[in-house]
Design a protein around this ligand. Structure first.
Ligand code: XMP
Length: 513
């Protein structure tokens, strides 16, 4: 397919996908590839522009990621960012060294707004810096286009050769006019039309899936969450009945959730796919009986989930492909793999190695959550599903502290449904990162209708977060909490107390277990 594309060459920086995302925000298709991809492959992609990312290395250190100078001879504009800018300088005869003063964070940069990349940008503009090396001297045929008091070359260009560089990160929000700079590069310098839209993503993905799958059979583990739902609908549009979605109801879903998923994806829903709902509640409850330890619960749920899924896959037989709704943040989290294990089995999306598939299809791998939502709307998935808040794979199993029983599931489902209903009624739902009810393992004395009670306490949680890695407790107006509390205590049998969790993450986590 003929479409304009910017290629981001990845030198190991943290914000690489963010660069791609910003380019897509300019309505230009963008892909991230390793810095050492073969030059011929890069040429074949016929990019309209190339962006070098940042990275943690020093260009002059041994084993630092380098690319050949030939990339500058392709006749395609190149923008180097941070490490990428230093690499450009280093390869083209400039001088890179350890900066006498490192710059981290918001920094005022003086730019030459006659330079194409800074067109329309204020002459003093706040940018996000993060560097210990700097370009001491630009290559001879380059013009310096930006500087700070301690960074003599915060920007440089050789406009004739289409080469541009910035020391700071235009892709992060803290660079106040970063989007303008990237727009200048992508649209004005590379000459992209900016006619790519999320519907083009959907169309292109459908074509690519058809080509890849041919007449093969595809299996999708559907959880009813946004990512797997969007992946499933995309596949259904592409290959219809060649797709089978397996939805495992482990009895740890939110109230009515199983039926809601079935309504959309089942035989009476709008999609032409094979749908299997496995009601495995009893099986899960049996395995969880008597188990209190959070990690063991997670492991049991994950393991059983895989077993059920595996059994279904075997029944269908001869499945070539497995679809997963992996999105970009999942890729980062699993890619890092160095962090301590806080909770295992974080992603029930990670499905069986034990069932053999020819290949895994991950159509959303490059998208961020909000982009997945846009694709979902494009695919006409009901808004209710598209804007669903994240729900963990182990479900209510980790929102019930201690042993899980059918009775406790009922309590937490009912309490959570009331909480969600009242929060939505108060118009607060779209503004919150995540909110839910959990069942503490605490029972306490109360009095209802002149009778002593000894019942459970429900904990309400609401957090604001953009990345779910950190979060702060959200403020829910007291009157809303009051209504929720009295409704829960009055309507949910077995509860006589409601608590609100004011803990952030850290030190807490969002879920209770
Ligand atoms: P925590 O509790 O680690 O949660 O602060 C961060 C985000 O991840 C979700 N979460 C999970 N999602 N499988 C998932 O698919 C899991 O095992 C899991 N545990 C937590 C949680 O809901 C929050 O959005």
């Amino acid at each position: 397919m003929d479409r304009e594309m910017i290629v981001v060459l990845d030198f190991g920086g943290q914000y690489n996908q963010l660069i791609a995302r910003r380019v897509r925000e300019c309505n230009v298709y963008c892909e991230v590839h390793p810095y050492n991809m073969p030059l011929d492959r890069l040429k074949d992609m016929r990019p309209k522009g190339i962006i070098f990312t940042g990275g943690p290395n020093s260009v002059y250190a041994e084993d630092s990621p380098l690319c050949g100078k030939e990339v500058f001879e392709l006749g395609v504009p190149v923008l180097g960012i941070c490490y990428g800018s230093q690499l450009m300088a280093h390869l083209l005869g400039g001088k890179v060294a350890t900066a006498p003063v490192s710059e981290y964070g918001r920094t005022e940069v003086e730019v030459d707004n006659g330079a194409a990349i800074f067109s329309g940008v204020s002459s003093k503009t706040v940018c996000w810096m993060s560097h210990t090396d700097y370009i001491e001297q630009a290559p001879e045929d380059f013009k310096v286009t930006a500087h700070t008091p301690v960074c003599p070359v915060a920007g440089m260009e050789n406009a004739e050769r289409g080469l541009y560089a910035v020391q700071f990160h235009p892709e992060v929000m803290h660079t106040q006019e970063g989007m303008k700079m990237l727009h200048n590069f992508v649209i004005n310098i590379c000459g992209c039309k900016g006619d790519w839209r999320m519907d083009s993503f959907v169309e292109t993905s459908i074509e690519a899936i058809r080509e890849r799958v041919g007449s093969g059979k595809v299996l999708c583990a559907l959880s009813g969450g946004v990512d797997s739902s969007v992946a499933a609908v995309l596949l259904a549009k592409a290959i219809g009945k060649q797709l089978t979605c397996v939805f495992v109801d482990h009895g740890l879903l939110r109230k009515n959730e199983g039926d809601e998923v079935e309504e959309v994806f089942g035989p009476n829903g709008p999609y032409d796919l094979n749908f299997i709902r496995v009601n495995a509640q009893e099986r899960f409850y049996e395995k969880l009986a008597g188990v209190e330890e959070p990690e063991r619960k997670r492991k049991i749920i994950g393991e059983e989930f895989i077993r059920v899924f595996e059994e279904e896959a075997k029944k269908i037989g001869a499945v070539d492909y497995l679809v997963q709704g992996t999105i970009y943040p999942d890729v980062i989290e699993s890619g890092l793999g160095k962090s301590a294990v806080i909770k295992s089995h974080h992603n029930v999306g990670g499905l069986p190695d034990c069932v053999e598939f020819k290949e895994i299809i991950e159509p959303l791998r490059l998208l961020f959550k909000d982009e997945v939502r846009k694709a979902g709307l494009e695919l006409e998935i009901p808004e209710k599903l598209v804007y669903r808040q994240p729900f963990p794979g182990p479900g209510l199993g980790i929102r019930i502290i201690g042993e899980v029983t059918a009775e406790k599931v009922r309590i937490v489902q009912d309490a959570d449904a009331i909480y969600r209903e009242e929060v939505a009624k108060a118009g607060l739902d779209k503004g919150l990162g995540q909110y839910f009810a959990a069942l503490t393992n605490m029972r306490s004395v109360g009095v209802m209708g002149d009778e002593r009670t000894y019942d459970y306490a429900v904990a309400l949680r609401a957090v604001n977060t953009s990345d779910f890695m950190t979060a702060e407790a959200a403020q829910i107006p007291w009157d809303v909490l009051g209504t929720v509390t009295s409704r829960i205590v009055n309507e949910v049998k077995g509860v006589n107390r409601v608590l609100f969790d004011c803990t952030g993450k850290p030190p807490g986590t969002i879920e209770f277990e």
